[in-house]
Design a protein around this ligand. Structure first.
Ligand code: ADP
Length: 633
């Protein structure tokens, strides 16, 4: 998880909000305060100036109203108006007034304070505001200007009045006594520096700004502290969520209080507990599923909706001969090698199962793939589950069963059709023919006997398949037993076939069912006789293999022999190298199959060696009966 930068953090937002909340009212109050203060200070300043000027004005009015001689001097002290005005001004001390000029009614400067520009005395000062005051007799409203130095100054003009007596005239034009009237005789023109006022204002503003800065700084610090108390638990929860995300549910977050954040922490811990339980359950289920999947004999492959493999269990990997990592994400159809049979994965929707041939060389492998579409309730299809099972053996058995049924039917039909045609011929009148009738009856009898043999053999095999038989084993000296069986054949053969014996002198004890073993020997010896040429020799060889604790019994002939590739097959049911020949010789094709089953049941093995045209040797083994020590050689 990415760390939250300071600029994206709640802490900064919190500090900004607190600062703004504080700064905004301070600014409004400050602006209002500053404006009011400015107005007030200006008013006070003007008032103090006006008060000073009023006193000066009274003095000047007196000076103006004095009686003067023609040369302008007074009768009392002989001063001219200019001299008197100047002396009044010299005594005048008004703070902040940078320039004070007194002009007469003709706008000529008749006096100036020391600070003022003395060169202006005696000269006309035709300023519009002075003209207006002289004309209108009013104090002109203060005019704030900025001088060349950039200082703010207050400029004002005050009128100087003098009382004069004038004749009152009636409307008729007649004079009607004297009347006192105030006449503007001059004006005071002042310039006062406002810098002091604004300096004061600036000082106050500075103090205010410092106060604001201090307040904001404190509030920022407070904001940091308060934000920390809020963000600390949130940061802790965030870190914890990260740990939870990594699958560790062992820790808990601290609960700092009962407020909303405290409640959130409590809920967070509850969520942690629930997730812990649910993760444990999921993990348990996962383990169960994984152990079920890997312990199944069937292979399981899961794909997503596109048919790409997302999961495959061990047995599937074994059956397909592919590693799980190698097929991850691969298309199912190509991994199962059925892309030529199915164009797209959705074709599986209509298929329940298919048999796929994975045979390689001699290694036969038939797999049955059963498909199930994975769908959650109303949702769209989510994928496919393929279950693979090895049906090689099953298919083999099934094939053998089919072949067996076909063979049995065929084997039974052949004698039956032969008999039918012979019997038909007989019934059509041949029975009266003394020559044909006995021959035909002989054939039907032979066929009937062969059928009986066949049915008996089948019954015997069926019993063996169902394990529905018992061996009555007994301790037998195999040499003696073998001689008795072989003798029966030797007597019947006259001189057509010669027999040779290679038998041990001593007795060889085995644990066998004599009837069953007689049947085995009958089968093998009769085959040797059947397939031997006239005058051929049949050799019986009995040998004790001490190391293996086995008796090897082999019966060799000099007959037609069996092709090498068919040597193993002659022990299969109904297998005959030469079908017609076997049938002619009265064979059922089941003799060796029954013999193998019986030898198996005695714990032995049977096989054949042969050279085509030279002869065949059929060998079987029997375990020797364990003898007490010392009895052996
Ligand atoms: P059958 O009744 O046909 O003899 P068996 O099961 O006894 O049936 O033998 C199976 C086949 O094995 C025979 O059909 C024959 O082709 C072959 N076979 C068995 N023994 C010999 C042998 N000694 N020489 C040549 N072929 C033999």
């Amino acid at each position: 998880m990415k760390k939250v930068g300071f600029f994206q953090s709640i802490r900064l937002k919190f500090i900004i909000i607190i600062t703004l909340l504080l700064l905004f009212p301070i600014q409004v109050i400050g602006a209002y305060f500053s404006q009011q203060l400015e107005t007030k200070l200006n008013e006070n300043f003007e008032e103090s100036i006006t008060n000073n000027i009023d006193i000066l004005n009274i003095q000047l009015e007196q000076a103006f109203s004095k009686e003067r001689t023609e040369d302008g001097q007074t009768s009392e002290d002989g001063q001219t108006l200019e001299e008197e005005v100047q002396s009044i001004l010299n005594d005048f001390n008004a703070e902040n007034i940078t320039e004070l000029l007194v002009v007469n009614s003709k706008s000529r400067v008749i006096g100036a304070t020391e600070d003022s520009d003395q060169s202006k005395v005696g000269k006309r000062l035709p300023l519009p505001e002075i003209q207006r005051t002289l004309l209108l007799g009013r104090v002109m409203e203060p005019d704030t200007k900025v001088d060349q130095k950039g200082h703010r100054i207050l400029v004002r003009t005050y009128p100087i009045y003098q009382e004069e007596e004038t004749e009152r005239r009636e409307e008729t034009g007649e004079t009607n006594g004297n009347e006192k009237q105030e006449v503007v005789v001059g004006a005071i023109y002042i310039k006062a520096s406002l810098e002091g006022v604004y300096g004061q204002l600036q000082d106050i503003n500075r103090i205010f700004a410092n106060g604001t800065f201090l307040g904001v700084s404190i509030s920022v610090l407070l904001g940091i502290v308060i934000a920390r108390t809020i963000t600390k638990p949130i940061t802790e929860m965030r870190k914890h969520a990260k740990i939870m995300g990594a699958g560790d549910f062992s820790q808990k977050v601290n609960v700092y209080g009962r407020d909303e954040i405290g409640q959130l922490a409590v809920s967070f811990n509850e969520l942690n507990d629930k997730l812990k339980i649910s993760q444990a359950t999921t993990e348990g289920e996962r383990r169960k599923l994984s152990s079920v999947l890997s312990n199944m004999t069937e292979g399981v492959i899961a794909t997503d909706h596109t048919g790409s493999i997302i999961l495959m269990n061990e047995p599937a990997s074994r059956l397909l001969g592919q590693e799980i990592e190698d097929v991850q994400g691969e298309p199912l159809l190509s991994v199962l090698k059925i892309s030529d049979r199915l164009d797209k994965i959705t074709d599986l929707n209509d298929k329940e199962s298919i048999i796929i041939d994975f045979s390689e060389g001699d290694q036969q492998l038939l797999l049955k793939a059963s498909f199930t579409v994975v769908q959650y309730e109303m949702e769209e299809m989510n994928g496919y589950i393929t279950v693979l099972s090895d049906v090689t053996e099953q298919e083999k058995i099934e094939r053998e069963r089919r072949e067996f049924v076909a063979n049995v039917s065929h084997e039974l039909r052949t004698p039956l059709t032969t008999m039918k045609s012979y019997l038909e011929t007989l019934s059509e009148g041949a029975w009266e023919d003394k020559e044909i009738a006995p021959r035909f009856l002989d054939v039907t009898q032979n066929e009937t006997e062969r059928m009986i043999r066949l049915v008996n053999d089948l019954l015997q095999l069926s019993k063996m398949d169902n394990k529905d038989y018992k061996l009555h084993k007994e301790k037998v000296n195999f040499i003696g037993f073998f001689k008795t069986v072989a003798e029966r054949f030797e007597i019947n053969q006259d001189d057509h076939i010669h027999f040779e014996h290679h038998l041990p002198d001593k007795e060889v004890l085995v644990w066998i069912d004599k009837d069953k073993m007689t049947q085995v020997l009958d089968n093998i010896i009769s085959n040797a006789i059947k397939y031997s040429p006239e005058g051929g020799t049949i050799t019986f060889n009995l040998e004790v293999k001490k190391q293996q604790q086995k008796l090897h019994v082999s019966i060799s002939d000099e007959g037609v022999g069996i092709p090498k590739e068919k040597l193993e097959k002659i022990f299969e049911r109904f297998y005959r190298v030469d079908r017609a020949r076997s049938r002619n010789l009265g064979g059922t094709g089941l003799g060796l199959a029954i013999s193998r089953e019986m030898i198996d049941a005695h714990g032995g093995e049977v096989w054949a060696d042969s050279k085509e045209g030279e002869g065949t040797k059929v060998t079987f083994t029997l375990p020797l009966l364990k003898q007490p020590q010392g009895d052996e050689e």
